[in-house]
Design a binder for this molecule. Sequence first.
Ligand code: AVJ
Length: 326
Amino acid sequence: METAHSEAIAFFDTHPKLNDSKSEVLTGLSLPQKRIPPKSFYDQRGSRLFERICELDEYYPTRTEISILESNSAEIAALLGDDAVLIEYGSGNSRKIRILLDAVRGHGVYIAVDISKDHLIRSAIELAKAYPELDVIAICADYSKPFSLPPDAALSGKPGTAFFPGSTIGNFDPADALAFLTSTAATVGPGGSMLLGVDLKKDIQILNAAYNDSQGVTAEFNLNVLARINRELDADFDLSAFAHRAFYNQRHGRIEMHLESLAGQSVKIDGTAISFGKGETIHTENSYKYSIDEVRTLAARAGFHTARIWTDPDNLFGVFYLRVVG
Ligand code: AVJ
């Protein structure tokens, strides 16, 4: 690290294996139901489009979760206690963690875990500058797999609280969500806890509107993945020959996003031809929605007791405080 503020943070690198994205995309597009993983959305333009989504009238989750965290920050701080050890899974937009850090008056330990090293270090340094009393640790790791926290000395011996906001858990299939929570329980260990943000089941029209906004930003976000593949994987997708589709799948309790081929066509990716029938789709994202009871049950199977739940007045979104059992 070559920055003037590198001494402000501690950095640990687990050297997560970056999947070979070309073969991953080619494999996904060879399946009977073609698919591209949702992590592919977030190149620079995709991350910017996602930030615009978060500002849309129709997209309620971000602003609702922020208001829940703000309204309950004193109680959350009391549960975290003095010198809290906060472990953020995915160091996205720092707005939410700042609410918690302000509530604990900038004291304690903050551990950011992210697979994207540059982004991770940049945001960790930002927070270290903003909270001079805070011990900031950055761990480059793939948090969807188990990883170890740095030695106890760095952690004041206090069990940690994992912070996983944004309903990112909604991107996991149920079995993967269970595996993820189980491994998080192991990471924070006995006495540890988790603050989990989850988008709740609700009126289908509200859900469908959130993923079919009137300004078409979500459509741009979805289509951007094809522009990214064109650029990074030497492909020739015609973006005007695909359309954004998003709908609530009631049986699975999830929003599905797809890109629908508007014609029969063939696309080349690094020399490999992929053919599309008219109306055929690429499945780009699942966003699972949970009832409060479903979160409780999932958490219990992963070894967590649901100690506290905060919601908004319309029950759109839930923030769950989970404690490791035993
Ligand atoms: C970042 C996965 C929580 O599922 O709502 C927003 C991503 N996709 N609009 C979500 C997303 C389309 C978002 N998550």
